[in-house]
Design a protein around this ligand. Structure first.
Ligand code: FE2
Length: 364
């Protein structure tokens, strides 16, 4: 049996469970440039749920809603609000990945299943991870369709204007207090992943709140999953605010890479994406902290883009506000210029910015 370690090739897609998939898909298309590529629903013979597949370069998002009452999808939305159900991985062999995971203690949520249509075949299987989140293993066998068997290619007659997003850089899971380490142990035991980076509450704190984070990654470091938990502070950590509204551990943010963050953020701002505000004073000391960079600091300040540096280079990043009414899921846009890190130097500025929003929500 080949080892699961070598079988996870990368992020395949993320599936969101939302209350109105049609409008959510429209939002991600018009504000972030995700192109509808595939669909399944009543018109394709799918009677109980509807899914829109959105694509930009190597990023695929699946947006799903129930079409009837008393479904698992509906129960998930009732408990968690709109959020990410599935972080799916592309694998060489979905049966081996599933069997190996179960041997190593994971719980199955979908036995390996061959799915077929006129464009070819694929095998999918899935396991449980933290909270109600799952990992689907996707094995495509020379599948020629736009996504997976069962979905019809469909651009909905709508053209998106791409904003330059390239791939999923990392996917972050928030955990209740005291649960971070056991989730990281799960990834080490089940997938053979290792710790890539970590920060504790001494590194990341403001006057009010703190967090701990461990980044887990696979052997060739194509998949990175930071795992966070709240730490005690004078007031409520943003991680605890997430847990209060999501009710369990869950996906806090997806980070998308871009080759030109200034152009990406300009496009998204002009189409209405709501980014976290960065105070002007952050940029006053930027040059001293970061050293020379290619970008104009005034432009970064105007857009609120953060910068951090490590021994390999620097990176630019920005975070959206929550993408739904509950203060849970948000997106990050990141451009790496050598740096492999996760913006330790920015956490304080980021936290202070989030705390200002928490205060407005009455949750600090
Ligand atoms: Fe991130």
């Amino acid at each position: 049996m080949s080892d699961l370690l070598y079988s996870i090739k990368g992020f395949d897609h993320c599936e969101l469970y939302v209350s109105n998939a049609k409008q959510t898909a429209h939002y991600y298309r018009t504000t972030m440039g995700f192109q509808p590529i595939a669909y399944r629903g009543l018109e394709t013979g799918n009677r109980n749920c509807v899914s829109y597949v959105l694509n930009q370069d190597r990023v695929n998002l699946v947006i799903t809603s129930p079409l009837e009452k008393n479904t698992k999808i509906g129960a998930h939305i009732d408990r968690h609000g709109d959020g990410i159900k599935d972080v799916a991985f592309t694998v060489d062999d979905a049966e081996v990945a599933w069997e190996t995971s179960l041997d190593r203690g994971a719980k199955s949520v979908l036995d390996p299943k061959e799915i077929k249509d006129d464009d070819g075949e694929a095998v999918v299987s899935a396991i449980q991870t933290f909270g109600d989140t799952i990992h689907t293993f996707v094995e495509r066998k020379n599948y020629k369709g736009s996504f997976l068997p069962g979905f019809e290619s469909n651009d909905l007659g709508l053209k998106a204007d791409p904003t330059g997003l390239v791939h999923i850089d990392h996917v972050v899971g928030n955990q209740p207090d005291g649960k971070m380490q056991s989730v990281c142990d799960f990834y080490e035991k089940v997938f053979g992943w290792h710790q890539f980076w970590s920060v504790d509450d001494k590194d990341i704190n403001t006057e009010y709140s703190a967090l701990r984070s461990i980044v887990m990654t696979n052997d060739n470091e194509t998949v990175k999953m930071p795992i966070n938990e709240p730490a005690d502070g004078l007031k409520k950590s943003q991680i605890q605010e997430f847990i209060d509204y999501y009710e369990t551990g869950g996906i806090q943010h997806l980070a998308f890479s871009t080759k030109d963050i200034i152009s990406t953020v300009r496009m998204m701002c002009s189409s209405g994406v709501d980014f976290l505000h960065t105070p002007r004073k952050y940029y006053d000391s930027l040059n001293d902290r970061i050293g020379p960079i290619e970008e104009n600091i005034e432009t970064l300040a105007e857009l609120g883009i953060l910068v951090d540096v490590d021994e390999n280079g620097y990176m630019l990043q920005i975070f959206t506000n929550p993408l739904q009414d509950r203060p849970t899921l948000f997106f990050e846009i990141i451009q790496r210029k050598g740096s492999k890190s996760f913006g330790k130097g920015n956490f304080k500025a980021l936290f202070e910015s989030i705390e200002r929003e928490q205060e407005k929500r009455g949750n600090l």
